[in-house]
Design a protein. Structure first.
Length: 263
C-alpha cells in the first residue's frame, strides 16, 4: 500500500472538517427528499475533499454522497485491476449539524482489490481523528484503539441508524424494540460513521444499520474490524460495503446474539 494514500486522505479529511467548521451558523439548508437535509457545507466540504484526492490521484475512482455517487459500476468493483475508489461522506450527521448538535464527521474510505483499505473519520468539533489501514490496526489520533470485550447482549450498549423519514410501521422499529429488550440500552446518535468509531474505541459495544449508504459506513467498518471487532451482514454473510445491512460488534459472540435478536 502506498503510504501517500493515507497521508493525502488525512489531509483531505482535515480540509473537509475545516470547511464544516467555517460554515457553522451561516449555511442554507434544503431537503433532497422529505426530511433528508443537505446544506451548503455538505457540498463545499465534498468539493474540497474531492479536489485534494483527485488532484493527487487523477486516475482513481470517486464516490461522494453529494455528487458522483452513481459513478461506480458492478464491472468496476469486480475488476481487481481497477484503480482505487474513494468513498466519501463530506458531512455525516447533517441533521445534527443543522440543529447545532455537535456530533458530526467527515468520512473517507478507500476501496481497492475487493477490500476496504483505508478508513478515516474526522470529527471537527472534538478533533478526534479515527483511522485505520488494512492489516495495520485502528487508531484515535496517534493512539491504538480496541473494541470492548463485551460478549453478552444484556451487558451491551448499542446504537443504530434509521433512514430519514422512517415510518412507524418500518421493520426498523421492530428491530429497535427487540434490541431494547435484549441489550443493556440503545442509542441513536445521528452519525453512522461516528457510531462505528465508538464501537472501535470501546465506547459502544455494537451498532447496526439496514438503511445506510456506502459513504456512511465504509470508513467506520474498516476501523471497527481493525480494532478487533466483528462486522457481518444481517443475513450472516460477509459484510459488503456496497450493500451495507449489517451488525458491527465488539466481539463475535455478541455479533451472534445481536443478529439473532434483530435479523
Ligand atoms: C445519515 C447519518 C444518520 C443515519 C442516516 C444517514 P447524513 O447521514 O449517518 O446517522 O441514520 O441514515 O443518512 O445524511 O447525515 O450524511
Ligand atoms: Ca451520511
Ligand atoms: Ca452526508
Amino acid at each position: 500500500m502506498n503510504d501517500n494514500y493515507l497521508k493525502v486522505a488525512r489531509l483531505a479529511a482535515a480540509a473537509g472538517a475545516e470547511v464544516l467548521l467555517s460554515y457553522q451558523g451561516r449555511f442554507s439548508v434544503r431537503e433532497k427528499a422529505p426530511r433528508d437535509l443537505v446544506t451548503e457545507a455538505d457540498v463545499a466540504a465534498q468539493q474540497a475533499i474531492q479536489k485534494i484526492l483527485l488532484s493527487n490521484f487523477p486516475d482513481h475512482g470517486f464516490v461522494g454522497e453529494e455528487e458522483g455517487h452513481d459513478q461506480v459500476s458492478a464491472e468496476m468493483l469486480a475488476d481487481p485491476k481497477h484503480p482505487p475508489i474513494w468513498i466519501v461522506d463530506p458531512l455525516d450527521g447533517t441533521v445534527n449539524y443543522v440543529h447545532q448538535l455537535q456530533s458530526f464527521a467527515v468520512s473517507i474510505a478507500m476501496y481497492h482489490a475487493g477490500e476496504l483499505q483505508i478508513g478515516i473519520v474526522h470529527d471537527p468539533v472534538t478533533r478526534e481523528i479515527f483511522w485505520a489501514q488494512r492489516g495495520a490496526g485502528a487508531f484515535l489520533n496517534d493512539c491504538p484503539i480496541q473494541c470492548s470485550q463485551t460478549d453478552r447482549l444484556d451487558q451491551a450498549l448499542l446504537a443504530c441508524s434509521f433512514s430519514a423519514g422512517t415510518q412507524h410501521d418500518s421493520a426498523e422499529l421492530g428491530r429497535f424494540a427487540a434490541a431494547l429488550d435484549g441489550a443493556q440500552s440503545v442509542r441513536r446518535l445521528g452519525s453512522a460513521a461516528l457510531n462505528l468509531c465508538y464501537v472501535a474505541a470501546g465506547r459502544l459495544d455494537g451498532y447496526w444499520a439496514t438503511c445506510v449508504k456506502p459513504w456512511d459506513v465504509a470508513a467506520g467498518a474498516l476501523i471497527v474490524t481493525e480494532a478487533g471487532g466483528q462486522i457481518r451482514a444481517l443475513s450472516g454473510d460477509r459484510f459488503d460495503p456496497w450493500n451495507p445491512r449489517f451488525a458491527a460488534t465488539a466481539t463475535e459472540p455478541l455479533n451472534d446474539q445481536l443478529l439473532r435478536c434483530i435479523a
